[in-house]
Design a protein around this ligand. Structure first.
Ligand code: FAD
Ligand code: UDP
Length: 383
């Protein structure tokens, strides 16, 4: 079969684009190097009957109606507002840190004073960055900011990124604000839903199309090569569209060096009990080696007696030489962006090659941002 479009990777970037092109009657070939589709959103059911997110907890949230409308076509979603607690000074308090967290960790008069100062200074705002609190001219607020920084952000961030907190791009830490009130949701987005039958089912339906062929357990780079800014597929020049959602440095054989990432050891544990912890995710900013524990039963209200599965996330350095090590988080910095730009320039010289997704663009993208980016790209090249 002649293909119009070749897509490398079956996460949300690749699968969204595959579907869009297929609906437009283009013949699409999707390569996926893993034995299954769905990228990092893949879910599987364990022997104890619990459905888990194999590559870490994924909670959908967005303010982008177009993205959610697109997803809704591929299966039912249920309303789910994610709530997280963090173990701070041996107490479980809401994260993002909010007024309830203040009241659990400070005595009544201190809590009242902090809340009053915050409300007066930031009247009308729902959330605030920890950096604004740290640099506030009001002593009470500044002291409170230092407390939150020390107990919520400093050690968690050091564990997660293993570089001095001062070197982390502030946008990363600002993903988790301080809440000026009692809203205890982890995300403040308008649309917060989870797929009723899991993400894998959504991907199956996205890719279920007569015009889409899928090659699993195959690294696309076995069939694709680049020479003189042209793409060759199985040794023939390929003039159709190539969508690449894999790691950009791998595509160009690491010629400018590997782009740095943070990785995770994901350790699943099964227990013979109804519930292990008080909420789906508990953050451990301080004493423990892991950053958070997810208990999957809370997602999709899985009702299974005397069994539960949890996941502990241990951050680690990404090692490009180790096949089992997954590049989870791009490390956003000027230096890394410069290296990325060198690869990007090479990619730009190939007129029918398009980069999309967290690895190809080296971005800290949430799922919704990747889908938005894929829909946008389709508008530009698909028509
Ligand atoms: P991926 O999902 O990584 O898909 C890329 C696919 O390409 C992979 O399946 C890979 O195997 C394949 N591939 C790569 N190279 C090749 C090749 N050469 N040949 C064949 N196949 C190839 N976002 C949220 O919105 N909410 C969350 O709660 C959330 N939680 C997260 C938790 C963790 C621990 C992490 C790391 C990320 C989380 N994210 C979350 C972000 C989310 O995972 C990404 O936005 C999403 O995976 C991006 O989709 P993608 O298609 O770009 O990449
Ligand atoms: N963070 C923190 N303490 C927390 C939660 C988050 O310091 O309890 C910081 C940390 O640097 C983390 C970043 O905020 O990498 C973003 O957190 P988020 O929960 O969005 O991370 P993700 O879900 O993408 O792993």
């Amino acid at each position: 079969m002649e293909y119009d479009v070749i897509i490398v990777g079956s996460g949300f970037a690749g699968s969204t684009l595959a579907r869009k092109f297929a609906d437009d009657d283009k013949k699409v070939l999707v390569y996926e190097k893993r034995p299954q589709i769905a990228g990092n959103m893949y879910e599987e059911t364990l022997e104890n009957g619990i459905r888990v997110h194999k590559y870490g907890p994924h909670i959908f949230h967005t303010n982008n109606k177009q993205v959610f409308d697109f997803l809704k076509q591929y299966g039912p979603w249920y309303f789910y507002e994610h709530k997280v607690v963090g173990k701070i000074k041996n107490t479980f308090v809401p994260i993002p840190f909010n007024f309830k967290s203040i009241e659990l960790l400070f005595n009544e008069s201190e809590a009242k004073e902090i809340e009053q100062h915050l409300l007066k200074k930031y009247k009308g705002l729902k959330t605030i960055s920890i950096f604004d609190l740290l640099h506030d001219s009001d002593d009470v607020i500044q002291k409170f900011g230092s407390f939150v920084y020390k107990n919520v952000f400093e050690n968690y961030t050091a564990k997660q990124w293993s570089i001095p907190v001062s070197e982390i791009d502030q946008s990363v830490i600002n993903r988790v604000p301080v809440v000026l009130g009692y809203d205890d949701r982890y995300f403040q987005d308008q649309y917060q839903y989870m797929p009723k039958y899991g993400y894998t089912r959504i991907f199956e339906r996205l890719l279920e199309h007569n015009n889409i062929s899928i090659r699993l357990s195959t690294n696309a780079l076995e069939d694709l090569s680049i020479k003189d800014s042209k793409i060759y597929w199985k040794c023939q020049e390929f003039k159709g569209i190539i969508i690449y959602t894999g790691a950009i440095d791998e595509l160009f054989h690491y010629q400018f060096g590997a782009l740095p990432y943070r990785s995770l050891d994901l350790v699943f544990e099964n227990y013979d009990m109804n519930y292990y912890q008080p909420s789906s995710v508990v953050n451990y900013p301080n004493e423990e080696d892991y950053t958070r524990i997810t208990e999957f039963k809370y997602f999709n209200d899985q009702i299974i007696d005397h069994a539960t599965t949890i996941l502990k996330e241990y951050p680690k350095k990404y090692n490009v030489e180790d096949e089992n090590c997954i590049p989870y988080y791009a490390i956003i910095s000027e230096e890394n962006q410069k290296k990325y730009n060198q690869y990007y320039e090479l990619a730009q010289k190939i007129p029918n090659l398009y980069l999309c997704g967290r690895l190809a663009e080296y971005k800290y993208y949430n799922m919704d941002a990747v889908i938005a980016r894929a829909l946008d790209l389709y508008e530009k090249v698909g028509k």
